[in-house]
Design a protein around this ligand. Structure first.
Ligand SMILES: [Fe+2]
Ligand SMILES: [Fe+2]
Length: 315
């Protein structure tokens, strides 16, 4: 069986629609309303193409190209507010993340045959957990009235697991992305409790317990593999900074400190992650830009529908 697989090779059935991740773009956005509006107007057609044929098409039609900053997919997830669409989007995003986490842990188990037995065993344990998470979120999507494939899938999680160095894989996937998942799951549990949805609160609580173990696998193996190799340890730290910055926009990240502490993050590291995230544009800037984009989008639609029919007739 082939080692070191690329994200394009991931197998999916016909329900899924693959799209390119926008994280590089988000990372490069300045904290400037006008500039963000200009950038998004320039790529509006591409964004429309990305969402066409999915449930996001209607959201785009309503809100325009900056829709993601007006829905829950950007910035901090609220503990007690989600529209049904926001909830379905979030559950679907987590679901595809779980599928990729299963694939990533499976590949990491397979790609490094020389690693210690205990490492293989931990990755196998993670595969087992992630398979269960895929099933749990598939059921939660159903519970929220959604369906698999209604939103496009980006492969950012699997991409973080494509490094040739296992230390960078564990840093990117287990420490950064699964750490991020802990923050999101914590807020989803609080949301479930606040709105009286015990199914969400309890199911996500079970998943979160496993994720803590996965983050701990990352913390412990990165420490173990880089022991006595400060250069490699520094590379891991640098990669962690890059990944944390790439995935935190809206700069209001609220870390699940208690859970992260349990998973091997020190107070110093958590302060650092919050400081790294603060470099991204402010949430308020993104929302303001998205409102301007929405108003222009709506005004344009009105203009088109107000044009007299004969203006479309051939001359
Ligand atoms: Fe998971
Ligand atoms: Fe996990």
């Amino acid at each position: 069986m082939k080692r070191f697989m690329s994200p394009e090779e991931l197998a999916r059935d016909l329900r899924f629609k693959r799209t390119r991740s926008q994280n590089t773009l988000l990372r490069s956005l300045p904290d400037d309303v006008d500039e963000i509006v200009r950038i998004f107007e320039a790529i509006a057609d591409k964004i429309r193409e990305r969402v066409s044929g999915t449930a996001l098409e209607a959201v785009y039609e309503d809100l325009g190209p900056g829709f993601q900053f007006l829905t829950a997919s950007g910035g901090r997830q609220s503990k007690d507010e989600r529209t049904p669409l926001q909830l379905r989007m979030q559950l679907h995003g987590i679901f595809v993340g779980e599928v990729q986490a299963l694939e990533a842990a499976g590949r990491t188990l397979w790609d490094f045959p020389e690693s210690p037995w205990a490492f293989h065993k931990d990755m196998a344990r993670q595969c087992w957990d992630e398979a269960r998470h895929v099933q749990a979120y598939e059921k939660l999507i159903e519970h929220a009235g959604g369906e698999v494939g209604e939103f496009p899938e980006t492969t950012f999680l699997f991409e973080a697991s494509c490094h040739a160095d296992p230390v960078l894989r564990l840093t990117g996937v287990n420490r950064c992305l699964e750490g991020l998942a802990c923050d999101a799951f914590r807020s989803l549990i609080d949301y479930g409790k606040n709105v009286g949805d015990d199914i969400i609160a309890q199911a996500v609580d079970f998943v979160l317990a496993d994720e803590l173990t996965h983050v701990r696998f990352g913390s412990e193996w990165v420490k173990e593999i880089t022991r006595g190799d400060p250069d490699r340890a520094n590379r891991a730290r640098e990669f962690q900074r890059e990944t944390e910055q790439a995935f935190s926009f809206g700069s209001q990240r609220e870390l699940a400190r208690e859970e992260r502490r349990e998973a091997g993050f020190s107070e110093e590291e958590m302060d650092e992650i919050e400081a790294w995230s603060a470099i991204a544009p402010q949430r308020a800037t993104l929302v303001r830009a998205a409102e301007i984009l929405r108003d222009r989008h709506r005004a344009r639609k009105k203009e088109v529908s107000a044009e007299p029919l004969d203006s479309f007739e051939p001359r």
